[in-house]
Structure formats: C-alpha cells, structure tokens
Design a protein around this ligand. Structure first.
Ligand code: CAA
Length: 381
C-alpha cells in the first residue's frame, strides 16, 4: 500500500470501495435489528473474514490480509459507518492476535494465529479485570509456576467476543507486588478445563458485540503457551494498544461520518417556518463544525497509522487520534440527534443508535482520560 499524502492510492481506493460495498449492502440493513435484539452477528463476521475484511493486520502466510495499518483503518471506517457493534466484533480478532504477532516465536505464531485466522475462528483479548481497567499494572489474575507450565486463576471483565471465542489471549501476573514487571501473556483455548464465561452484558450501545466476563479456575497453561517470556506481558499489551488504537479511532470516525450524512440529508428535507432547516445558520454551523472535526479526526487517525507503518512507536499519535475521534463521535452524534429533534430521539431514525454507539468509543481501549494521560506523559517527559 502506498503512503497517504492527502489522497488514496489506487489500491487503497479499491480496498475502501470493497469494504464500503460490503458494509452498506450487508451490514447496514441489519444494524437496527441487531441493536434491538443484541444478537451476535456471527454470519456477518464470517462473511467479512471470507472477503479478507477481518484479521486485517495478520500476516498473509498465516491466512491474514496483511494490510498496513493505514489500509486497515480505511476498511474499518467503512464497516463502522454501517454498524459499530458489528465492526467491534470483527476487529477484536486483530486486538487479540497482535500480542502473539509481536511476542511469539514462529512456532507459536503458527499454533496460535494460523488456526484462528485460516479457520475463521474468534479470539478475545483478556486484559481488563473487575478491579483493574485503566490501571493495567494493578491486575490480580495470577499465574503460579507448576511442573511444565503455570496454573492460571482470575477473572476478566468486559471481554469483547468472550462468549464466542475459541481462544483467549490472557494477561496475568506472577506476583501483583511486581506491578507491571510481573505481568505475563499466555494463550488459553476457551474449552480448557477451568475456563467459564458470564452472561452477555445488556449494553447501552454496540449491543450486538458480545461482552462477557471470563473466569479462570486452576487452568493449566503449558510453558509453550507463554508469549514473549515472563514479565513481558505489560509491554506486549501496551504495544498492542498502540497498534490497535488507530483502528478504534477509525470506528469513531465511521460513526461520526454516518451521523453527519444522516443529519445533512434530514436538514435538507425537514421544513420549519416554510423552509428546509438546512437554511438556518444554527444548523449550518453545527454541520460545518461536524465536517471539519471529522476531517481532523480522520487525518489524525491516518497519521497514527502511518507512524506505525513506518515501524516507529506511535503511542502519542494513536492516543491523540483515539481521544479526538471518540470525543468527536460523541459530540457529532449528539448534535445529529438535536438536528433531528423529537424524531431523532426515537428508534425510527438511526441517529439515537449512533449516539449510544459513540459513547463506548470514549470508554473502551483506554478512556478519553487515559489517552490524555498518555499524551501528557509523552509531551512532558
Ligand atoms: N510501548 C512500549 N512500552 C511501554 C508503553 C508502550 N506504549 N507504555 C509504557 N511502556 C513501558 C514503560 O516504558 C515502562 O517501562 P520500564 O519498566 O522499562 O520503565 C513500563 O511499560 C511501565 O509503564 P508506565 O509506568 O507508563 O505504566 P503505568 O502503570 O503508569 O500505566 C497506562 C500506563 C498507560 C495508564 C496503562 O495502564 C494503560 O494503557 N491503561 C489503559 C488500559 C486500556 O487501554 N485498556 C483497554 C482494554 S482493551 C479493550 O477495551 C478492548 C475491547 O474490549 C474492544
């Protein structure tokens, strides 16, 4: 894929178009029903995988699409335009497999990435705990050394696709007193003895993405499933989040663009005081701000991907992109509901769903406050 210099390469444009066609014809018509039922979109995820629209960053020799981060965010924005819940369900495979890609031996990659990707299975990223969300180093899930490996005990919370996954990438500590230096990354099959999952959370938005707790009770983890050596889990998790936050930012951009498009169409059609409301400056300024902010969020997202694609650390850029895009999506979807007025507050129109979906963007993969913390540390260090 070529670089982004304020325009897409032909290859990027073709990929974007393919993602757009799939999103608008297959996902979008089902988004409202999936929101209402909170049913898991297993068939859409499988179809996306078959088209190469899942496992975007995974290597080609392991069955992945091997896209650059920049190409991946183009795909993800298109998917999210149709439904953020479906998109989160699709994208989380990359999140779960990235620590393995970054830290594993070639044999481990073959064992833990290829079967998931080539057989269209699902994997989940198990980092957050009931008592440790923003504070990753405060996790309590324990690994205890035993003959041939470890015993894993603990609970993970808000695990996307957790109830549907075949494999978990789990972070746990050898000793909580060691803080980040004790954390390890291990791979656990979901049917291992001692693994169980909780109920699907009844969420405000992104309702069809499966969100559960995952419990590990005396689960045996062989040494061969330890990724990257003892104590390297925290940095693997941080590196993964750096790589994945541009993709999350792209979901926010997709939501915001959809809200903007819906608001423009409605403002041109809805008449008050004998004229379309798009003629009123109060509406015009909201739309002008929205499209400016969407473009800024998109450029920050592209740049955070581009820095990653140059092989450089992009913690600063990805936190800026994720923070800005998430906050924009919240504001723009809220303004879209305002433009729709009473109609926007009902499920007859898509904007209230977009507003509910947008809220999660400010919370998962690091809250907007955590992104500011990462940015502040970077600029002040
Ligand atoms: N890359 C590489 N190394 C990094 C790093 C990075 N991005 N960030 C930190 N490190 C290193 C530091 O250099 C330091 O290394 P040394 O020990 O060698 O000095 C070490 O890691 C510890 O770093 P900090 O002191 O900065 O760690 P901290 O405990 O103060 O916290 C934090 C850092 C940034 C707040 C971190 O806890 C964090 O990112 N929290 C947010 C967690 C998050 O985003 N969770 C989302 C869960 S996933 C999800 O939501 C997905 C979903 O469901 C869809």
């Amino acid at each position: 894929m070529g670089e982004y210099f304020f325009g897409l390469s032909e290859e990027q444009a073709i990929l974007q178009d393919a993602a757009r066609k799939f999103a608008r014809s297959e996902i979008l018509p089902r988004a409202a029903a999936l929101d209402e039922s909170a049913d898991f979109p297993a068939d859409l995820i499988r179809d996306a995988a078959k088209l190469g629209l899942q496992n975007l960053l995974m290597p080609g020799d392991l069955g992945g699409s091997e896209l650059s981060s920049l190409a991946a965010v183009l795909v993800i924005e298109e998917l999210a335009y149709a439904c953020a819940g479906v998109t989160t369900s699709i994208v989380v495979n990359d999140l779960a497999l990235l620590p393995i890609l970054f830290g594993a031996t070639p044999e481990q990659r073959k064992s833990f990435i290829e079967p998931i990707v080539s057989k269209q299975k699902l994997a989940s990223f198990c980092l957050t705990e009931p008592g440790a969300g923003s504070d990753v180093a405060g996790m309590q899930s324990r690994l205890e050394k035993v003959d041939g490996g470890y015993t894993l005990n603990g609970a993970k919370q808000w695990i996307t696709n957790g109830g549907k996954a075949d494999q978990f990438t789990v972070f746990a500590t050898l000793d909580p007193a060691l803080k980040h230096k004790g954390i390890c990354c291990v791979v656990v099959p979901s049917d291992a003895k001692g693994v169980s999952t909780g109920h699907h959370e009844n969420k405000l938005g992104q309702r069809c993405s499966n969100t559960v707790s995952v419990h590990f009770e005396n689960v045996f983890v062989p040494e061969s499933a330890l990724i990257g050596g003892e104590g390297s889990g925290f940095k693997l998790a941080m590196k993964t989040l750096d790589a994945s936050r541009p993709m999350t930012a792209a979901i926010a951009v997709g939501i915001a663009q959809r809200a903007y498009d819906e608001a423009v169409a409605y403002a041109k059609e809805r008449k008050q005081f004998g004229t379309p409301i798009a003629g009123f400056q109060a509406i015009q300024f909201m739309l002008a701000d929205a499209i400016t902010e969407i473009e800024a969020a998109r450029l920050l997202t592209y740049r955070s991907s581009w820095v990653h694609d140059q092989g450089q650390r992009n913690s600063l850029e990805s936190s800026m992109a994720k923070r800005f895009a998430a906050d924009c999506a919240m504001k723009i979807t809220t303004d879209a509901v305002q433009i729709f007025g009473g109609y926007g507050y009902t499920k007859e129109y898509p904007v209230e769903k977009l507003m509910r979906d947008a809220k999660l963007m400010q919370i998962y993969e690091g809250t907007s406050q955590i992104q500011r913390l990462v940015i502040a540390r970077d600029i002040l260090q």
